[in-house]
Design a binder for this molecule. Structure first.
Ligand code: PHE
Length: 458
């Protein structure tokens, strides 16, 4: 693909919808609520919001700057902007590998939402006891054929969107799916605000409780802030590379970060009132959405509608995120090996399917049968935890690249292009965050994770 032929987003709003679609995903709807619950609510939520704006958002802006300046995906962008010196090319390949790994297991979990959407349409909770409804998920988890089928279906759906290209594929679909998601979520929120558990849920979510404050929670909040904003993987370099110079990077980034935090909070304001209304414990782990919510929907009027709406929302968020991962891989194939978009999408999604098989078969143990007995947890849980590390390395690398390697004039010019007076005022703060605060925060957290030093004594 030559520079002249590069496609661009058709409109500013279209790009915001695509970037917000990438950010808002299973991370906000599936992971955020249960991790918030296991960390005791309140302070964890505050820490998450703080890290989103103080650490993730500056990197989000940095990635867009790299992408728009280079007009290339992560591999070509980092290689050309660093004149192929230093570790940058290798880091960009690490990002590509991480995207590939995430695509594989993310599609498995997204496939579950597709399965549950179809089940909801069939009113699957009717005439079933709570135990039977929960047990359905356990049975589904070990069903190899169903997991493989939904993995394939989900990847095929994502590939169909990415095949359409930037404007007619990703932007078009994101402009329909992302606002659709908001409308559906607001409907569910309105409903949940009438439940008796709504106020206790808000209290749990927003009331700081020091007795539940732990250093692990702080670390998890940082990881969550990276994951839910999709930073550290070069996805925003890719999306930025299709950006026009007439769009302001900081304003776009702030809009996406605010939307993303709002969705994570709204998702929790939907899920926790349901849990509190029925006096259940919120810290139910990853099964929260698939095992517990259907049981609760079943005890409310309009079960079928509620359940269908919820799993449709989950599916929409999953698709708009997975297309951003697949697009990054497709762009890499097109730029690094000169593949056509069609060939690149086909190869990456097929490869993603094969890499997804061990995750899809984690429950049944059909592949890698001894994994759980050797490592203590199944393959899916382990691979799910792996990207957090790689994302952290990627985020740190982008902060260094933009803060310390790129020419400051280039960075300033890209930041300031088409920016409002208000965004211009934030430039010194942003650059200080990228140069000092972000690397320091990440390094301290990594050292803590490695057990090299304690952040907090509790
Ligand atoms: N941000 C997405 C979510 O919240 C996950 C994601 C991570 C998507 C990394 C793309 C890249 O689910």
């Amino acid at each position: 693909m030559t520079r002249e032929a590069r496609e661009h987003w058709g409109s500013k709003l279209g790009f915001i919808m695509a970037a917000a679609g990438s950010a808002i995903g299973l991370g906000s709807l599936w992971r955020f609520p249960y991790v918030t619950a296991t960390n005791g609510g309140g302070l964890f939520v505050l820490a998450y919001i703080f890290f989103t704006f103080a650490v993730s958002l500056p990197i989000f802006i940095a990635e867009l700057i790299i992408g728009r300046r280079a007009q290339r995906g992560p591999v070509d962008a980092l290689t050309s902007m660093s004149c192929n010196t230093g570790p940058w090319r290798n880091i960009s390949w690490l990002c590509v590998i991480t995207n590939f790994i995430i695509l594989s297991f993310y599609s498995v979990i997204s496939g579950w939402s597709l399965h549950y959407l179809i089940l909801s349409l069939q009113d699957f909770t009717a005439q079933r006891t709570a135990e039977e409804i929960s047990a359905l998920f356990d049975r589904f988890y070990v069903a190899s054929d169903l997991n493989i089928f939904w993995l394939g279906m989900f990847l095929a759906l994502s590939a169909a969107v990415v095949l359409g290209g930037i404007k007619k594929g990703i932007e078009l679909w994101a402009s329909i799916l992302t606002p659709g998601l908001f409308v559906l979520m607001l409907c569910l929120l309105l409903y949940c605000s009438s439940l008796s558990g709504f106020w206790p849920a808000l209290e749990f979510l927003f009331r700081p409780d020091w007795s539940h404050f732990s250093s692990t929670g702080v670390l998890e909040a940082l990881g969550m802030a990276f994951f839910t904003l999709s930073v550290g993987l070069g996805i925003l370099i890719t999306y930025g590379s299709y950006m026009q110079p007439t769009q302001s990077i900081p304003s776009t980034a702030i809009t996406v970060a605010v939307l993303n935090v709002c969705v994570s909070l709204i998702a929790s304001m939907i899920i926790f009132p349901l849990i509190f209304t029925f006096n259940m414990q919120p810290d139910q782990g990853p099964g929260l959405v698939f095992k517990i919510l259907p049981v609760l929907f079943n005890q409310l009027p309009a079960t079928k509608l509620l359940s269908t709406l919820f799993f449709l929302i989950l599916l929409l968020t999953a698709i708009t995120s997975s297309i951003s991962i697949l697009e990054t891989l497709a762009t890499t194939g097109m730029e690094a090996w000169g593949w056509s978009r069609r060939k690149s999408v086909f190869i990456w999604s097929t490869a993603g399917f094969f890499l997804g098989l061990p995750s899809a078969l984690a429950g049944s143990g059909l592949l890698l049968p001894n994994w759980t007995s050797i490592y203590g947890t199944d393959f899916l849980s382990q691979i799910n935890a792996l990207p957090d590390w790689m994302l952290t390395i990627g985020a740190l690398a982008f902060a260094f690249f933009v803060g310390w390697t790129l020419k400051p004039e280039i960075v300033e010019q890209e930041y300031k292009k088409a920016s409002s007076a208000l965004s211009l005022k934030f430039f010194p703060l942003w650059i200080a965050l990228v140069r000092y605060f972000v690397p320091l925060a990440i390094i301290s957290i990594v050292l803590h994770k490695l057990g090299i030093f304690q952040l907090l004594s509790c």
